[in-house]
Design a protein around this ligand. Structure first.
Ligand SMILES: [Zn+2]
Length: 149
């Protein structure tokens, strides 16, 4: 399987947004969208309500997201979010049903991504792939993704 390419500007902007949430002590989530399955074409941040250990997309926010996907003919390839502490897939993360297709990726950054850089992003993020049996399996991010312009 070839790795999904993601541009450095998308990674940098993701780090910025997660860190901005961290500065007020909140988790934050963004989505990585693609027109195909081999490259991330766009960073999308759904309107969300955030708290220290939670973020929430309301129905209108989801409708805006799906309208955007339809209009631009994009699909969600990955979800990326931050945790206050350790990076792992929580039960709530498992249930968070924004992406539900086999091969979907979920990246979780520890400590509000404060230590994240372009160079360490993929190794710092705990990365999960949704299996055909609908289970999130932790997999090294560098085997799934590649930062390249
Ligand atoms: Zn989480």
């Amino acid at each position: 399987m070839s790795r999904i390419k993601v541009g450095p500007s998308i990674v940098a902007s993701t780090i910025e947004r997660l860190q901005a949430g961290g500065r007020v002590g909140h988790e934050r989530a963004v989505l990585w969208l693609g027109s195909g399955t081999d490259r991330i074409d766009e960073l999308y941040e759904p309107r969300q309500r955030t708290r220290a250990e939670q973020f929430y997309f309301d129905r209108q926010s989801m409708q805006m997201l799906f309208a955007h996907l339809r209009e631009k003919r994009l699909r969600i390839l990955a979800q990326v979010h931050s945790h206050p502490g350790r990076a792992f897939h929580s039960e709530a993360d498992d249930k968070w049903a924004i992406i539900r297709h086999a091969g979907a990726l979920s990246l979780v950054l520890p400590r509000f991504a404060q230590e994240a850089t372009l160079d360490n992003f993929l190794s710092l993020a705990a990365t999960y792939v949704l299996s055909a049996r609908n289970e999130w399996k932790e997999t090294p991010g560098v085997t799934l993704l590649e930062v390249c312009g």
